[in-house]
Design a protein around this ligand. Sequence first.
Ligand SMILES: Nc1ncnc2c1ncn2[C@@H]1O[C@H](COP(=O)(O)OP(=O)(O)OP(=O)(O)O)[C@@H](O)[C@H]1O
Ligand SMILES: [Mg+2]
Length: 269
Amino acid sequence: MAHIIVVGNEKGGAGKSTVSMHVATALARMGHKVSALDLDLRQRTFGRYTENRAAFLKKAALDLASPHTHSLPEIAPETLKPGENIYDHRLSAAVAELEADNDFILIDCPGSHTRLSQVAHSLADTLITPLNDSFVDFDLLARTDAMGDEILGPSVYSEMVWNARQLRAQAGLTPIDWIVVRNRMGAQRMVNKEKMERAIKNLSKRIGFRIAPGFSERVVFRELFPRGLTLLDLKDIGVKQLNISNVAARQELRDLMKALKLPGVNIDF
Ligand SMILES: Nc1ncnc2c1ncn2[C@@H]1O[C@H](COP(=O)(O)OP(=O)(O)OP(=O)(O)O)[C@@H](O)[C@H]1O
Ligand SMILES: [Mg+2]
């Protein structure tokens, strides 16, 4: 049975699709069979990312390991049981079809609260939540006091994850391994960065998630999309020498992959 990785955060622009593409491609390059579902049915950033990759690789006559994106199957409304939600059905049908034939299914969620995203969270064996280093983004996980030091209580997104955890427990499924990944970190030591670090550590103990090192703010993450590439592919497309920033970014990805502790994954890139 495939291990299901959900990448979610109701906050838009946290880096879900960027993290999704890098994690899925890293796993595919390590020889794992990876399928992906993009639940942002409107923006389709992840789907577009893999389409760009297929087009670029075809044009360059390259054959690089890649995740495969699948669409949710269409379901005829008359086949639904009374009270059954069509989106739940489409998602579970997609997962059921992919489960037997893949090592991993990666699900990229939209940056808003949708029914599809909510159901996906209850399917997660591993949940990755990228988080920008900002108290505006932190506010979806927990409320803090005016200084950002004291946690006052969980917030909407954490409550949604808590519900997903309850649903899994009731169904006798393994608990979700929830990992919060700090994204777009600045290079300098800043008061905000340190405050965020303290707040996240504090919260991780309160609501039960692990913290993984994420990606620094780097322009390369914004440039790879049109060719559908990840940091791992640069050498294969003929880049002879990676610059210092790209080498550091690769190391960040390696550290993230290690921290995820996915079953059967040995980090060898
Ligand atoms: N580490 C990074 N350094 C620089 N830019 C980044 C980094 N991570 C993400 N970005 C950029 O930030 C923007 C948002 O990233 P992305 O689309 O991955 O987020 P998202 O959480 O999937 O957004 P949405 O909620 O809209 O689905 C994009 O322009 C992306 O290229
Ligand atoms: Mg996205």
